[in-house]
Design a protein around this ligand. Structure first.
Ligand SMILES: O=C[C@H](O)[C@H](O)COP(=O)(O)O
Ligand SMILES: C=C(OP(=O)(O)O)C(=O)O
Length: 411
């Protein structure tokens, strides 16, 4: 057992902070050595290339005029060395990816369910919720492959809290190193419990910190047209889904599928945090996630048929996942129940294209406002601080219905 596996979940942030402090101290020293080597050798390289001595130019008011701070962050390699993927976690992710890939390709007739909080904000509640999903996974294993939403990065419409990976203390202190370490610790913990993890890869650098721990990545509605997001997931080992755009464009998700199936060359970082050129092979698991839009839902049989036709026209597999929340619930968590009813009816009557359902679920129903100035202790335990979620009881009823539908479709 790794030492971090024994840490009580309510002390996870404290330990993440200690790890961050030690790693940042080390990284400062490494960076100083690198800077010293570069400043010793670069003038000589300049000279060998036939350039004269660089005259210092005053750049005040020209560069970094809107940068208020710049601090180093722990590197993926250092974090992975202290918090390695254990055999149990690796086995969970391997099996989860295999199962979801097979469901997407049609080799496995079950249904994927991506359930869990809209966003992660409290390690203890997250681990407790993972315990609930671990029980659900055993109960419904014959019909469902259940994966836990472990979203620590949140895309925001305007300005708001950006998620646990960025601001783990929920107070605007934005300790990103601590957030990245704590995210990895949580994903290690959840996968060690046998529950595969789903995430949203919002940032170009964060995936390196959770390498080997994510089974399913959903590119969000606000990022689906982003070239850098498409490039990134073309190299992911996980299964990837693309939401329709916030305005309802399914075509945007289809274009993302096509883009991500292709190999790409782009800029990222390597495991040492050094800028790197990444060469990818393309990801063939890409599919549309229907999430509705601001004007209404898009989960009906007509929408599913329309999406199938659009995919067929592009010669793509007629495969999709439906998100019961967001535009499909018009952000009313209880409407997810109606969405799931409808999807269960479609699946039971033989609709083959629907391979997965996403549900926003948490320990406590509803949502609460997060005030970054208030003590986090004022929050209700287990309740979402972003979009409203259904509770475990409602989630269980949904899983029961979806399992029966998957069974009926296979029969
Ligand atoms: O999934 C959660 C939210 O819908 C998404 O992050 C956007 O949130 P916002 O519109 O509240 O910023
Ligand atoms: C942000 C999310 O959804 P969307 O991109 O559909 O708004 C989400 O699934 O957390």
């Amino acid at each position: 057992m790794e030492p971090h596996e024994e840490i009580p979940a309510d002390r996870l942030l404290e330990v993440a902070q200690r790890i961050a402090d030690r790693l940042l101290e080390l990284q400062e020293r490494v960076n100083r050595q690198m800077d010293a080597t570069a400043s010793a050798e670069l003038p000589e390289i300049r000279r060998q290339l036939g350039y004269g001595t660089a005259e210092p130019v005053e750049l005040d008011g020209l560069v970094n005029t809107r940068i208020a701070g710049l601090s180093i962050v722990v590197t993926p390699e250092a974090v992975a060395t202290l918090l390695p993927v254990t055999a149990d976690s690796a086995a969970t992710t391997r099996a989860g990816r295999r199962a979801v890939t097979d469901i997407v390709s049609g080799a496995d007739g079950r249904l994927t369910v991506i359930a869990g909080p809209c966003s992660i904000h409290d390690p203890a509640a997250t681990v407790e919720y993972a315990g609930f999903l671990a029980r659900m996974r055993s109960r419904y294993a014959d019909d469902l492959e259940i994966v836990m939403r472990t979203y620590t990065e949140k895309p925001r419409t305007e300005v708001d809290w950006k998620g646990f990976a960025y601001d783990p203390y929920l107070d605007g202190s934005n300790r990103i190193s601590v957030g990245l370490i704590a995210t990895r610790m949580l994903m290690l913990r959840i996968t060690a419990m046998g529950v595969p993890v789903a995430a949203e890869p919002l940032n170009a650098l964060t995936p390196q910190y959770v390498n080997g721990l994510v089974t399913y990545n959903g590119v969000g509605a606000r990022n689906v047209t982003d070239q850098t997001a498409r490039e990134r997931v073309s190299g992911f080992s996980s299964v990837v889904g693309f939401k329709n755009s916030p305005e309802g464009s399914i075509e945007a998700a289809i274009q993302a599928i096509v883009a991500a199936r292709a190999p790409h060359e782009f800029l990222g970082i390597d495991q040492h945090g050094i800028t790197a050129q990444l060469s990818t092979l393309g990801n063939e698991t890409g599919h549309v996630i229907l999430r509705g839009d601001k004007n209404g839902p898009n989960y009906s049989a007509e929408h599913v048929a329309e999406t199938r036709a659009l995919l067929a026209r592009r010669g793509l597999p007629e495969v999709l996942v439906v998100d019961a929340s967001h535009g499909n619930s018009q952000k009313n968590h209880l409407r997810q129940i109606e969405v799931v009813h409808d999807l269960a009816r479609q699946i039971a009557s033989g609709e083959q294209a629907i391979r997965g359902v996403m549900v926003e679920s948490n320990l406590v129903a509803g949502r609460q406002d997060l005030d970054l100035q208030r003590e986090p202790n004022g929050l209700t335990y287990g309740m979402s601080v972003t979009d409203a979620c259904v509770d475990p009881e409602t989630t269980t009823a949904m899983l029961d219905e979806l399992a029966a539908a998957a069974r009926a479709r296979r029969a």
